[in-house]
Design a protein around this ligand. Structure first.
Ligand SMILES: [Zn+2]
Length: 88
């Protein structure tokens, strides 16, 4: 069940462009921030995403290749299963 107020990591990933564009509702933004506060993986993701945007120079949906997004999502799922890559 995902009916709680807590955002899942996948939902955060889905919302990250809107977050960075300031397009989330205050409620969504609060949930986003609350998740970031408890999830270091998502903080890392957000930082990587910002860097990617800086590299691309623009923040539009078209400028975020679906492939890059999928790759980050895959890294994510890996973390959730086996912990951070550095913890070998
Ligand atoms: Zn998370």
């Amino acid at each position: 069940m995902t009916t709680s107020n807590e955002l899942t990591c996948q939902e955060l990933v889905e919302l990250v462009t809107e977050y960075l564009e300031g397009m989330l509702s205050p409620e969504e933004r609060a949930r986003f921030d609350a998740h970031l506060a408890i999830c270091s993986g998502c903080r890392t993701y957000l930082e990587q995403f910002r860097q990617m945007i800086r590299t691309l120079g623009r923040l539009t949906e078209a400028s975020v290749p679906p492939q890059a997004r999928d790759e980050l999502l895959m890294v994510f799922r890996h973390w959730k299963r086996g912990g951070p890559p550095s913890a070998s």
